[in-house]
Design a protein around this ligand. Structure first.
Ligand code: ADP
Ligand code: MG
Length: 290
């Protein structure tokens, strides 16, 4: 039988915008020491718009944007939506892409007009030994903008900078956790400059950037090895393994199905402030039971 206090809190939590999928994990929430937040789609809204295009070659914006949109029209990633939306806003004819494949957490590859088209992170190119040296890159990232590189037939042709919106509730969520004695850590596949800018805006002092999807869960395990009880908050397919490994996995309600199904608690309102509510509710519930 479900103890009465727990039953009451479960209905209370529904009123608070929380969906508790795993009661044991919810009970553990009262002992948390640290909360790890994914950046894109979690602390930010994950709705990207192109703010700048930097040409690296002798092409023109319309041509390069058309190639990028062709490949990205097959992707569900928020960056892809931003690129396709810009091409449509400019009334460009988007060529057809074939052989599209995702490099999860790093970019996308396709064939467009029999050319090899890649839209990838600057970090991906750097790891392959082809770093982008253009000054604009660091400058745009320092403004908190996500930058991706269009590579056609092996030649970098353009940088696309995309601006996301930091959720207005995120800063308050971090401050509230701090007042509860819990530290917040940010984890992102995005570049260091972007991670630094967004962290500073939110008052987060510890962050890890250019974290590939399989490394997200490793980071959680590292924190646990330091003796911390850790919650992970995420929205994406790439966050799912980390949500499973964490002592408490929390999915953003507006996130992907995979994230929601991997989580112990779902933030139905997609409001990061509700993380503090989980803690408060867990503490109140299990105090009363003893
Ligand atoms: P986060 O960890 O912040 O949620 P992701 O792991 O989804 O971010 O993506 C990390 C990085 O991989 C992005 O910042 C981008 O550089 C690159 N990337 C992923 N998917 C795409 C795509 N479809 N097009 C271009 N770049 C992509
Ligand atoms: Mg995300």
């Amino acid at each position: 039988a479900v103890p009465l206090v727990v039953a009451v809190s479960t209905s209370l939590s529904a009123g608070n915008g929380l969906l508790i999928r795993d009661r044991a994990a919810f009970e553990r929430a009262r002992n948390l020491n640290a909360v790890v937040f994914d950046k894109t789609g979690t602390l930010t809204e994950g709705r990207f718009g192109i703010s700048d295009i930097v040409l690296l070659d002798d092409g023109d914006e319309a041509t390069e944007l058309g190639f990028a949109a062709a490949a990205e029209s097959q992707s569900e990633h928020p960056i892809a939506h931003g690129i396709v939306a810009e091409a449509k806003a400019r009334n460009l004819t988007i060529p057809k892409a074939t052989d599209v494949s995702n490099i999860t957490g790093e970019g996308i590859v396709a064939k467009v007009d029999s050319q090899d088209v890649r839209i990838v992170s600057p970090g991906h190119l750097a790891r392959q030994g082809n770093p982008i040296s253009h000054n604009g890159l660091k400058q745009l990232e320092g403004q908190g903008k996500t930058v991706v590189v269009l590579v056609r037939d092996g030649v970098p042709r353009a940088l696309f900078a995309l601006a996301d919106i930091v959720r207005p509730e995120s800063k308050e969520a971090i401050a509230e956790l701090q007042s509860l004695g819990i530290s917040s850590i940010m984890l992102t596949g995005d570049a260091k400059g972007v991670a630094k800018a967004v962290s500073e805006e939110l008052g987060i002092t510890e962050y890890f950037a250019e974290v590939l999807p399989e490394q997200k869960s490793q980071k959680i395990e590292e924190l646990q090895a330091r003796g911390l009880s850790v919650a992970m908050v995420g929205d994406g397919v790439n966050d799912a393994p980390a949500l499973v490994v964490a002592d408490l996995g929390i999915a953003i309600g507006a996130g992907t199905d995979v994230a929601v199904e991997s989580a112990d608690v779902v933030l139905v309102r997609s409001d990061p402030r509700d993380v503090g509510a989980i803690l408060g509710l867990s503490r109140a519930t299990y105090r009363k039971m003893i």
